[in-house]
Design a binder for this molecule. Structure first.
Ligand code: TYD
Ligand code: MG
Length: 439
């Protein structure tokens, strides 16, 4: 459906406010592919592949998330809540790349003075970075044409606008059009382009989500703003593994990679406490130890029982509670149930089932699990414990961090025994609950 002027209602389906303004490009350009390459039909095996040379920032955690650094003319979208550290991170990145490469930081959100102040705080005031405070796409493209930078940051895509559209900056059509034009330009001129996008509170509207298909890689800041840790996850990466996670600390002088992220999500209690279980989760290519906490507490005063899951799926929690009831005779109908993942992590792999289950059970029977114990495993609806991928790696990571006992699905049992690690295999929920009871 196309109309040529603003209209609140779609004349075809009668829905309100669903029409979106778009720029009408000349036919010849409209169907250009975004990679800017000329197309010809070729045999698959005639295409040269080879390792893509990487542009390494030297910030280890950031390079890790990218899959080993940028590749040439890569377009990366960095999303996250306002104030979480996007501008800080990318200023550090251009500063790190500035030696030997021409970099340009384009700010539409803050003035050049504000960026310079931030650079001063970061101790980067003498870094070889050039700045441009501008929001008009056409002006920026002309400046890029003139200065020929190799690395460009746009902070943020929501502040940019093009004259070809009449809608306001930050609207879906402006955001999408600007991102597409910048992307095409970057691909044609071999520029590494980083776009900053705010995640808007109302959800996906005009947020980074509408751009995910245009760019090569999408990174999101995750985690708790109130802690000093910042997690960056690659939710899409054409040049590396998706789901890769980088762990940073926010310090006085900006974001610093965390050297041993595996131990970060453990709370290290002085005494064993009921209701906690440590699991090994996989974040991209990297195993991480994470503590899951549960509280099962009788409801007082006849209120309806509450169910709260932070960092794990609420539906999954409901399912595990039903399984506990059926196979462990655990009645939680009259109890509040809370589950939380330490450190603001989100875990969505089924390998967390067993840890959630044991933390719930441990809270229910008010008996702490062994402090040396780690678990992983998926729980099936019939009460069976199912194997998870890359069990060996998980066991090794737990051993590396000094844990002495691990509860795993029977089918994940390693062929060889490990020194200093007692491996307990379980086949059914009942087996796992017996471990929790210390039997
Ligand atoms: P910022 O990069 O401006 O966030 P965004 O671009 O995502 O909106 O980061 C803002 C926060 O980071 C701010 O609350 C202050 C904090 N901060 C530090 O703790 N240390 C620093 O060195 C800097 C520059 C910022
Ligand atoms: Mg910012």
């Amino acid at each position: 459906m196309q109309v040529s002027k603003w209209q609140g209602q779609c004349p075809e389906c009668r829905a309100w406010n669903t029409l979106i303004e778009t720029a009408v490009m000349p036919i010849s350009r409209r169907f250009d592919n975004l990679s800017g390459a000329h197309s010809e039909v070729r045999a698959l095996n005639s295409i040269e592949t080879g390792e893509q040379p990487r542009i390494v920032t030297g910030m280890k955690e950031f390079d890790h998330v990218l899959g080993g650094g940028f590749v040439s003319s890569e377009v990366v979208l960095l999303g996250g809540d306002p104030g979480i550290g996007k501008s800080t991170l990318l200023l550090q990145v251009v500063a790190a790349l500035g030696a030997g490469r021409q970099t340009l930081y384009i700010t539409g959100e803050e003035s050049a003075e504000q960026i310079a102040l931030r650079a001063q705080r970061l101790g980067l005031i003498n870094a070889p970075v050039t700045l441009l405070a501008e929001v008009r796409l056409e002006t920026i493209l002309a400046a890029l044409e003139k200065n020929k930078p190799e690395i460009v940051v746009i902070d943020s895509i929501q502040t940019m606008y093009t004259e070809t559209l009449t809608s306001a900056p930050g609207s879906v059509s402006q955001v999408r059009e600007c991102a597409a034009r910048f992307t095409r330009f970057a691909k044609e001129r071999n520029i590494v382009l980083m776009l900053i996008g705010h995640v808007t509170k109302e959800g996906a509207i005009a947020g980074p989500r509408v751009l995910e298909h245009i760019v090569d890689a999408v990174l999101y800041f995750e985690g708790d703003m109130h802690s000093n840790h910042r997690l960056i996850r690659a939710v899409k990466n054409r040049f590396g593994a998706a789901n890769e996670l980088g762990v940073f600390g926010m310090t006085e002088s900006g974001l610093k990679g965390v050297n041993n992220p595996s131990a970060l999500f453990l709370s290290r209690h002085a005494q064993p406490v009921p209701g906690t279980a440590v699991m090994v989760t996989l974040e991209g290519s990297r195993p991480l130890l994470v503590e899951i906490q549960a509280l099962v507490d009788p409801v007082v005063g006849g209120l309806p029982p509450r169910r709260l899951a932070v960092g794990v799926d609420a539906q999954r929690l409901a399912l595990l509670l039903a399984l506990l009831h059926r196979h462990g005779n655990v009645q939680v109908g009259g109890s509040d149930v809370f589950v939380n993942v330490v450190g603001g992590m989100k875990i969505d792999e089924p390998a967390a089932d067993l840890a959630i289950l044991l933390s719930l059970y441990s809270s229910f029977i008010n008996k702490a699990l062994d402090r040396q114990l780690v678990v992983f495993g998926e729980v099936g609806l019939a009460g069976e414990i199912r194997p998870v991928q890359r069990g060996q790696e998980r066991i090794r990571e737990a051993a590396k961090l000094g844990f002495k006992k691990i509860v795993i699905p029977k089918l994940n049992k390693p062929k060889q025994a490990l020194d200093n690690m007692e491996i307990i295999t379980v086949d059914r929920i009942e087996d796992a609950l017996a471990v929790a009871q210390g039997r």
